[in-house]
Structures are given as C-alpha cells and as structure tokens.
Write a protein that binds this ligand. Structure first.
Ligand SMILES: Nc1ncnc2c1ncn2[C@@H]1O[C@H](COP(=O)(O)OP(=O)(O)OP(=O)(O)O)[C@@H](O)[C@H]1O
Length: 920
C-alpha cells in the first residue's frame, strides 16, 4: 500500500466531514503509526472497535468477510474502512493470522477526557502495544492447545572448516521453551521439518538465497529482517540484556552461531511484545546427532503427525496419543518429531512406562489427576506478558494442588525409576503458600477477563468489601426508587434499567410516555430517548445515585485489579518452579498415556541397543491395526529381521538359515497384499522404540537407527515443477547418497513411475548400491519379480513375499510375510475386485498371457550373472581425489555471502582468499 502523505483535515475524532481540506489530527496520527509498522495490518483502536483503513481495510474485509465502509475522503477519494469489535477481536486476529497476515495492535493509551483537557483539537494518545505474528502468540483462543507454537530464528555463517553452517534457535513463548542447535546446510530441510515452526525469521540475504530461499519460503510464515537483528557481534549482549545477566556462560553453552540465532529470536520477541518480556527458559542446546534424522519426505510419507491429506486423524501421532492434557499432547508430538539416538535416554523413558504398565491403579489415578490439572505453562506465559486473567491464577492454584495429589499417588510406586523420581522432585518445587494465597483470594466463579471484576473472594480484603457494600447498597436504593416512582406516577410497568450508553434510566411503555412528558411529572422526569415501544427518562435523583454507584464500582474494580497484579507478581517470582512442575506433568502424562496404550493395544518393551540389529517378532502396524480393530477385523502380525548376524531368536516364519544374514529384504507380492503396510510398520516400530515407547510386536530388538529414510507412495510436486517420477527419483537419490550402515531404509516400488525396463533397471542398480555401498538395513517392496534373481549374487539380500490364496479365480489376501518370492502380481484380479468392466478384464488377461510368453525372468537371471556387482564406485575413492587450487578458490568465493558480512568479516575473508592463491 502507498500511504498518502497529506490528508483531509478535521478537528477531532468524529468521522471526517465530506471533502475537508486538511488532514485530521487523528489521521495524521494513524499514518505515522502505520508508517512505523510496515508490512503489518494496523488495528487502530477507536472506542469499542479496532478500525482498519485503506488497503488494510480492503485486505481484512476480504479475509474476514466483513463489510467495507468508508470514512471521509483523501484527495477526493473515499478512505476505505472496516472495523472489528474489541470484544471479539481474538477471533478475527486468529483468522487473519491463519491467513498469513501479521497485525499491529494499536491501543488508546490515555483517557479521552485527558486528551480533551489538552485542548479541543487533541487526539487521544495511541501506541502500538503488540505485534501479533504467527510465532509469538500467547492467547488460548489463538493457539492450538495440543501443538507447540514455535518461532524459529535461522542464522548462517561460514564454518572454519569450510562450507556453511546454520544456527537455529526456536522459542515457544506460550510455554517458555527455548532451544538452540547447529546443522549443516544439507541438514536444514530435515531440521525444519522436525521443528515445524509456525513462523521463521531470517536475514533478507538468506531469504533471497538461491539455494536456501525456496526451502524457507515453504514454511508457513517467514519474516525477513535486516542484518542487525542477526549481528553476531552484539548477540551475547542482547541475550544478556534479555535474561538480565552479566554473561550467558552460567545459563547456557552456545556456539557463536547459535547465540546469533538466539539473539535474533529474543530481539524479535522484544519487538513484537513491545517492551513486555515473556520469561523464557535459558536456551537449552541440542547437540547434533542426538536425534534420529528424518527428512521431510519420510516424515510426510510415514504420516507421523499428519496424513498425506493433511489430517491429524489417521496419523501415527493420533493413533498413539492417549494423553489427557494439552501439554502432554505437545510433549508427545515433540518426542515423535525427534526420536532419540541415545540408548540410555531411551531406556530412561521406557523404564517410566514400564512402571506404569506394571501398576495400573497408580496409572489410572495419575491420569485422573492430570485430566483435572490446568495448562500451567501457558497460563503462566499469559500472566507474565500482561494478558492473563483470573482463571489463569486459578489454573496455577489448581496446578499446585494437583502436584500434591500426583505426588501422593506416585509415592505408592515401589521403586520409582529415574524419570519418575525426577518428576517427583519437580512436583515438589512450586511454593505451596502460593496456592493457599490464591485459594484465599479468588472467588468461586471467575470472569474470563480481569476488567469484569468480581473475582476476589469476599473477606479477602476489607477495603474491597467495604466499597462493594457501598455499591450494592446503592443498587438497593435504585430498586426502592423504582417502586416509589411507579407509585407516584401510577404506572405499574415503570422500570429502572441500565445500559452502557445511557447509564441508569426510567423506562415506560410508549402509551405512558406522554404522561411523564406533561406537567406536573415533567418537572421530575427528563426525556432521554424514544424507541418504537418504549420511552426513556432520567431524573436528578437517579443521576446522583448513578454517580455514587459508578464511583463505588470503579473503586472496587481498581482495588481488585491491584490485588490481581499483586497475585500475578507472586506467580512470576515462582515461575521457574511452576514451569518445572508443568513440564513434570507433561512427562507424567506421556508416560502414563504410552503405558495405557501398551496395555490396551498389547505393545511390548523394545530392546534398544547400539548394535546394528533389527529383529521384530509378530510386528503390527499401529495405525492400520487400530483401523481394522474398529471394523472388527484382525491384523495379521509379521516378523522382520534385518540384523547383520543371526539373532538368538529367529522369526517364526523365517526360512532356513538365510534370515539372520539378510540385511535387505526384497518383498514381492500381489497388489493389496500388504507390502506397503509391512514396510511402514517396521519403520514405525523403530521410530516408536526410539521415542522411548513400547511397540506393537511380541518382541523387538533394535540397534539404534541414526537416519530413517523412506520412499513410499507417489505424489507430484507440481508446485516445484516436479512430476511424480521426478519426485520419486529425487527421494531415491537422497537415500542412495546419504544412507549409512546405521540407517534404516524403506523403499516401495522404486521405478514404477516410468517405462517397465527403465524402472526395472533403476530398481536393480539401486539395490546393488544399497547392498554394496550403503550397507544399510533395508526393506524393498517391488512388483518387478525379476529382482528376486539378485539374491543369488547378493549375500545379504533376502527374498520375502506376502501370501495370497487363489480361490475360484479370485484372490484371497492372507497378509502373511514369508520367505520366498511371488510369481505374479494378481493385478488383474485386484482390478476385477475394484470393478473394472468385465470386457476390460477379459482383454487384459489375454494381453497378459501373450506378454508372459516372452520370459523376462531369463534375461534377469543372465544379468545377475553378468553384472559387475562390486563395481559400485566407493565413496572413499571419490573423496580421495583432492580439489585443485583453482577449484578451491572458486568454492571459497562461492561460499561468501557479502550481504551477511560485517566490514571486518569481509576484510578477513579477503585476506583468507589471498592466502589461498598459489605462491610465487
Ligand atoms: N498384516 C495385515 N493384516 C491385516 N490386513 C492387512 C495387513 N496388511 C495390509 N492389510 C490390509 O490390506 C490393505 C492393502 O495393504 P497395502 O497397501 O500394504 O498393500 P500393497 O501390497 O502395498 O498393495 P499395492 O502393491 O497395491 O500397493 C491395507 O489397507 C490393509 O487394510
């Protein structure tokens, strides 16, 4: 929008007259504030409304579906305007934020009377009190209770070892969590999809970067900022300032790059909260490699937190989420997004679940306690930025009492494992006096917002009781006045009512109106308003009593607000202890929920160690099993063994001798037999084991998986100009280039998106590469039965198939995974089941018969004999050839980002480049 520099005039806040010649003081103020907040919609407070003008009004009216009106003119043109009532502004804000907008909320910061006192033409002072952006929300109404709301700052720097490094800092101000980490640029996509931020901030230069820019612009909201926000030289100072400490050393160990991102995040929070600093936990550092790396495609394909259609229902998270509190649900989502790679950490979580599996009585009692406990961390965050209400104080009170209840219940556990012992310590922290004080202070029924008053309990503060009595006594006087007036005028239906515009008034029906307006009654009753059915009056006596009531009411509210601030301050002093207890509740919720899931759905404790093993007995798919159960269908459990050495317990249906040696399972089988389900269930079991959950199997031994890759399902990515096949190949390339021995790879029908022979050849070569170069644990499902010939040459390749039965020309799916290979796909039978017209089925059968006459299998067997299987170029060899000096120089220049460098950094870079030149 272009902001008009000169404006039609007016003398006050009344709507501008048609075609005035000067800028109104109010519009002048509006334009100044608008110019100071570029890129944001301005909610400009006028009485009970937030008004929007010009292009803001056009955008908001369209996004919110509200009426666009006009107010005065500018340069002969109407000024578009729309408004939202302050009372319901949260709802409108929510919709604007969802639609990707950011909003500056501008309030009146003085009483209109004070403005009038300054002179006729004075405009009420207004200031922006807050910028509402997707990553900096605190209100319950604006937040999803079950999901974290992260603001992520992303900083980039050149590492001393060469290549770029990325520093990341993410904060949920509604819960105070603050985490930092570093990664290589190649890991950014996986890291972003793990953090799943609601808003990211980056430098202008990074936003425009040819490589990383597109990745960033895929996030739900990205705000590019000027370089100073990401200035590494001032980062430490800004962080110290925020945390009010002399040095960050005592709070958190961070790299310079992490500190740069962290400082950018707190600077942005400072800006958006306009001076109110939400308390944040000191940044906790996430060391790289401590979580399982899962790239965005795998995350999406495995439908971890959302299905491919974008629904929570049907995702793994939805299937395993038995938590009873929003904070527990958030923690479970966090854990699922970042499975651990440290077996001790996993064991700690599993121990806690095991304790609650063993003691169902304690588990059920804890869950009942948690169900009634409020979301303390979000209540606390709202109170600390001045947006809390009486119910938030009550939330903290109830939370502390719930901590006592939970502690008593946990003490019934015989020998609490480490995680539960830590939870118990945290639950002891919040000061009990605080809860007792809140208990004494707060009334039974609490209003949502403090300005409504009435939340302080009678008897808590004598001065407040006195003022309230005065106010209530005056109200009684009004009641008796009504009776007296009715008597004196002989109008039975005379009422004294109240509204915000007129205050107290006498109301009679239209038929009695004339009587009060005629002598002698008109000496007492002063006409105020005539409506269709009623006439309204006031009297001098009523005016007086109204003033008394208003004064007493104002005084009472003032006292209540003072008490509120006092209580709020007490809570803030105890905020660290309260947050610790809130987090302990979340841990307890997750542990008891996963224990309940384990018991209800018959999950077992996995054995997770540092080996490269992978042996699942009677594994099931957690989501498909639940869906089948709802329909009364059983899920057929299947074993899987990808361990490099024979395990002590061979899977029940395994073939002779070969199972233990197989690292790649090549699964062939008819359509609809359950290949994809089998692939995914094994990946999900590994994932569940590493978040520290029991798993759907009768036994599972899993050597830590460092990266999980999947290539399943196919969808185009038209937005990025990629066809289905291209997407498939890009994802396959990532796997072949990056999977290591510790990775777990699942590949479903590689190569099916192209011509048969191209597809078969690609699948063939990919398996050889996985076997020889990647050497990772792999599940590979395919309809190319020719690939099974590879097992003759690849010693760690094992053929498995999903069994079906043919019955009267139809196919019956048994869903059993067995050693061996399928001889056919039964595609035509499945097509028949799907309802393809009989002539098409008949024709397909005859075409198939002809095609099968030309035996492709023979060619494949010959290929398996011929191919130089071990000629896969080793990565080490490729890495050995050192780059030339010229290549090194070019790489070094390419890696420079002049827009992100200070003059000093630029000079240093220049020296470094010069030093790289060949001597002489
Ligand atoms: N182990 C199982 N027990 C019971 N039902 C199963 C099992 N595995 C799969 N199913 C059912 O069979 C359906 C098809 O499974 P899936 O999609 O895994 O088959 P597929 O072999 O990959 O098929 P296609 O080759 O056509 O992609 C599933 O939706 C599920 O309802």
């Amino acid at each position: 929008m272009t902001i008009p520099q000169s404006f039609p005039p007016s003398t006050d806040e009344a709507p501008a007259a048609e075609m005035p010649a000067r800028v109104t003081p109010m519009m002048e103020q509006y334009l100044e504030i608008k110019a100071a907040n570029p890129g944001l919609l301005l909610f400009y407070r006028m009485g009970d409304f937030y008004e929007l003008f010009f292009e803001d009004a056009e955008i908001a009216s369209k996004a919110l579906g509200i009426v666009l009106t006009k107010r005065g003119k500018h340069q002969g043109m109407d000024i578009p305007m729309c408004g939202v009532p302050v009372e319901r502004s949260d709802d409108y804000l929510h919709r604007l934020i969802e639609a990707g907008h950011r909003v500056a909320v501008c309030e009146q910061t003085e009483d209109p009377a004070a403005a009038r006192a300054r002179g006729n033409k004075s405009v009420v002072r207004r200031d922006v009190v807050r910028l509402v952006t997707p990553g900096t929300l605190t209100e319950d109404t604006l937040l999803d209770a079950r999901a974290n709301n992260y603001l992520l700052a992303i900083a980039r720097a050149r590492a001393s070892s060469g290549g770029d490094r990325i520093g990341l800092a993410w904060i949920d101000i509604s819960t105070s969590e603050f985490i930092v980490t570093e990664c290589a640029t190649g890991e950014l996509a996986a890291t972003l999809s793990r953090i799943n931020p609601n808003e990211a901030i980056v430098t202008d230069a990074l936003y425009g970067d040819a490589d990383l820019g597109p990745l960033l612009r895929e996030l739900p909201a990205v705000t590019p900022l000027t370089r100073d926000v990401f200035d590494s030289a001032t980062a430490e100072r800004r962080l110290c300032d925020y945390f009010a400490v002399a040095t960050m050393d005592g709070l958190s160990a961070m790299s310079r790059l992490e500190a740069t991102a962290a400082a950018a995040a707190v600077t942005y929070i400072d800006r958006t909260q306009v001076g109110k600093r939400p308390p944040l936990s000191p940044p906790s550092r996430e060391a790289s490699g401590t979580t399982m790396a899962i790239d965005p495609a795998t995350r999406a394909n495995l439908e971890l937190t959302r299905t491919l259609a974008g629904e929570r229902h049907g995702s793994l998270l939805d299937a395993i989420d038995c938590t009873v509190t929003p904070a527990g649900s958030r923690l479970l989502a966090q854990r699922l997004a970042a499975p651990l790679t440290d077996s001790a950490g996993i064991a700690r979580r599993l121990d806690a679940i095991a304790a609650f599996v063993a003691d169902s009585a304690v588990r059920d009692d804890i869950r009942a306690t948690l169900r009634a406990a409020p979301d303390m961390s979000r209540a606390l965050a709202r109170l600390s930025v001045g947006r809390g209400g009486p119910r938030d104080l009550a939330g903290l009170r109830d939370g502390i009492f719930a901590a006592d209840a939970a502690l008593a219940q946990l003490q019934r556990l015989d020998d609490p494992p480490a995680e539960i012992a830590a939870v118990m310590d945290a639950l002891r922290r919040p000061p009990r006096d605080l809860a007792r004080e809140f208990e004494r202070a707060l009334a039974e029924q609490l209003p949502l917002i403090k300005r409504d008053g009435g939340f302080v309990r009678e008897g808590y503060e004598p001065a407040l009781d006195e003022t309230r009595n005065l106010r209530d006594a005056s109200r009684l006087v009004v009641a008796s006045m009504q009776a007296r007036y009715a008597d004196a005028t002989s109008i039975k239906g005379l009422k004294i009512r109240h509204n915000n515009v007129l205050g107290y008034f006498v109301e009679v029906t239209a038929q009695h109106g004339d009587k009060l307006m005629a002598p002698p009654l008109n000496a007492t009753f002063i006409h105020r308003q005539t409506l269709a059915g009623q006439v309204r009056f006031t009297t001098a006596e009523l005016g007086e009593i109204e003033a008394k009531i208003a004064n007493a009411g104002d005084r009472a509210l003032g006292l209540e607000l003072e008490i509120f601030e006092r209580l709020c301050a007490l809570a803030i002093v105890a905020s660290e202890d309260l947050r610790a207890a809130a987090h302990a509740f979340a841990i307890l919720d997750v542990a008891t929920a996963l224990a309940k899931l384990a018991v209800d759905d018959n999950y077992v404790r996995p054995e997770v160690d540092t080996s490269l093993g992978f042996a699942i007995e009677a594994g099931r798919h957690p989501v498909v099993e639940q869906a089948l159960k709802r329909d009364g269908q059983p899920f057929i459990a299947n074993a899987c063994n990808l361990s490099p050495v024979p395990p002590p317990y061979p899977p029940p249906q395994a073939g002779e001798g070969r199972v233990g040696a197989g690292q790649i399972w090549l699964i062939t089988g008819p359509n609809m037999a359950g290949k994809s389900t089998f692939l995914r269930q094994n990946a999900l079991i590994a994932l569940l084991a590493q978040i520290g959950s029991f798993v759907p199997a009768s036994r599972a031994r899993i050597g830590i998986v460092d990266r999980l890759f999947s290539r399943v399902g196919a969808a185009d990515d038209l937005a990025r100009g990629r066809s289905t096949f291209m997407v498939e190949m890009v994802e396959t390339a990532v796997i072949l280039n990056q999977a290591s021995e510790r990775s777990l790879v699942i590949l479903d029908e590689i190569g099916r998106g192209t011509a048969t022979f191209d597809g078969l050849s690609i699948a063939w070569a990919a398996i050889e590469h996985l076997h020889e170069a990647n050497r990772c644990r792999t599940l590979f499902a395919t309809h190319y039965h020719e690939l099974t010939a590879l097992s003759a040459k690849l010693p760690r390749l094992f053929n498995a198939t999903v069994r079906v039965k043919e019955w009267q020309g139809d196919v019956v799916f048994l869903h059993e995974v067995l050693p061996g290979s399928a001889d056919r796909s039964y595609g035509i039978q499945v097509a028949k089941l799907a309802g393809l017209p009989p002539p098409v089925i008949a024709r397909a059968k005859s075409v198939l018969a002809k095609l099968e006459a030309q035996d492709r299998g023979q060619t494949a067997r010959a290929l398996a004999d011929d191919l130089p299987l071990f000629a896969v170029p080793s990565r080490a060899a490729a890495e050995l050839a050192p780059p030339s000096e010229a290549e090194q120089l070019v790489e070094a220049v390419k890696a420079l980002h002049p827009d992100e460098m200070s003059p000093r950094e630029a000079l240093e870079a220049l020296y470094a480049l010069k030093a790289k030149l060949p001597k002489g």
